[in-house]
Write a protein that binds this ligand. Structure first.
Ligand code: RM4
Ligand code: MN
Ligand code: MN
Length: 411
């Protein structure tokens, strides 16, 4: 028995052993966890009613990367940053400078996100647009993004489209689908073999009547037709109320078609609030499916764990650290499920017993385990407190002040 058997960590390790779990293996999984934070999460954001600039919010890609590096520095599990090409990389010089800058900050570029939804040319859509020149422009931009991705050593092209219609009869849905297929194929064909295309779906907004890739099934069909380098991206906020997201995740995993996540949470619409803040048990059940795939792989390629959140009222860097800690703790809880007992209960038709295994894991206080993991990784026990102690936040608030036009949707 190690000398810390009476500590909170020692007691928890004992409890996990009694669930038939190997705490060293669990720690190993937690140390390998990799979360990607979005560049746009460090910039000003807002609602359709207004944008409020925050003191210290990042404007340039240099500032966004510097801020993202803080999240990684204090948590140790957020080494990747997603970039939104139009918001982050205004010219070739910016693209050229990014890899070295990121490396000097101890982070790297994750997914490349094209923007085919903000230009005037996309008023009536991008890939589904009736106007061939708008489609061409959108395809060209995606092709440029592939080249940028190569320069930034990114292997993920993450696609979201605002295409849709506002009224019945506005356009022919089947024709739009075929236009989508054609444009997607052209982009797909240009990807290098190591690149993955993630196809994100969303059932509403900005289209008020229909969106062209409305749900996981449509995303699945389009990805499947493209080929093995295309997979489905599940943004947790892109579902209608009541959707069983963990079911979708399990189904996609079993089909080896789950490409990645945009983690966030919603209460009403596509709110992009902190993942797990509204429905932590749902988030746990999603992670439970992911852990099952980890324990018994069915061949789904590595999943991208990306955050897609905006912080309107929270300060951005502490908000992102809190997010990363939420994801880490949820993963830890899912690793604490007594799988043996669960399988037994399932097999015996013991519905209460089976659910109890999940509830018990969800209710586990994983903090002592996470503190131990952080110590072994050489990051602070309490990343949020350590971040505040570092005075980085007060520093950027003082030095950068309040500026407008700080990138992202608030522009
Ligand atoms: C969408 C979707 C995309 C994000 C844009 C800005 O609702 O979540 O992933 O890039 O918003
Ligand atoms: Mn998203
Ligand atoms: Mn969204």
């Amino acid at each position: 028995m190690p000398d810390h058997h009476n500590t909170a960590y020692g007691l928890l390790a004992g409890e996990l052993a009694s669930r038939g779990l190997d705490v060293e293996r669990i720690k190993g999984s937690l140390k390998r966890q990799t979360i990607e934070t979005p560049s746009w999460g460090y910039a000003d954001s807002g609602t359709r009613f207004g944008v409020f600039a925050q003191p210290g919010a990042a404007v340039s890609i240099d500032e966004k990367l510097a801020d993202a590096a803080q999240v990684h520095r204090f948590t140790g599990v957020a080494p990747k940053v997603a970039v939104h090409v139009l918001w982050d990389l205004p010219d070739a010089a910016a693209v050229e400078s990014v890899p070295a800058l990121a490396a000097s900050l101890g982070i790297r570029i994750g997914s490349i996100n094209p923007n085919v939804f903000q230009g005037r040319d996309y008023w009536m859509g991008s890939f589904a647009n009736q106007d061939a020149s708008a489609r061409r422009k959108a395809v060209r931009h995606c092709l440029d993004c592939i080249e940028i991705g190569k320069q930034l050593n990114s292997t993920v092209l993450s696609l979201w489209f605002a295409d849709g219609t506002d009224y019945p009869g506005q356009d022919e849905i089947r024709a739009r689908k075929r236009r989508f297929e054609e444009c997607l194929s052209e982009v797909y064909a240009a990807m290098p073999p190591e690149m993955t295309m993630l196809v994100e779906y969303k059932p509403f907004e900005p289209g008020l009547y229909h969106t062209d890739i409305a749900d996981w099934g449509m995303s699945y069909v389009l990805s499947r037709k493209l080929g093995p380098q295309a997979r489905v991206l599940v943004d947790l906020g892109h579902h209608l109320p009541g959707t069983n997201i963990e079911h979708i995740v399990a189904f996609l995993l079993d089909e080896q078609m789950l490409g990645g996540f945009h983690f966030n949470n919603r209460k009403y619409a596509d709110d992009d609030v902190m993942v797990g803040s509204i429905n932590p048990y749902e988030f746990f059940l999603i992670y439970n499916e992911l852990v099952k795939e980890e324990l018994q792989p069915r061949g789904n390629p590595p999943v991208e764990y990306m955050v897609d959140q905006g912080f309107n009222t929270k300060k951005k860097i502490p908000g992102m650290i809190q997010t990363v800690l939420m994801i880490q703790a949820t993963y830890a809880r899912a690793l604490c499920v007594d799988r043996r007992r669960l399988a037994e209960a399932m097999g015996n038709g013991d519905v209460v017993g089976a659910e109890q295994c999940l509830i018990r894991a969800f209710n586990t206080d994983v903090e002592p385990l996470l503190r131990q993991v952080r110590r072994e990784m050489g990051v602070p026990d309490d990343p949020l407190a350590a971040f505040y102690d570092s005075c980085y936040q007060t520093g950027i608030e003082r030095e950068r002040g309040i500026r407008s036009g700080a990138g992202g949707l608030g522009q």
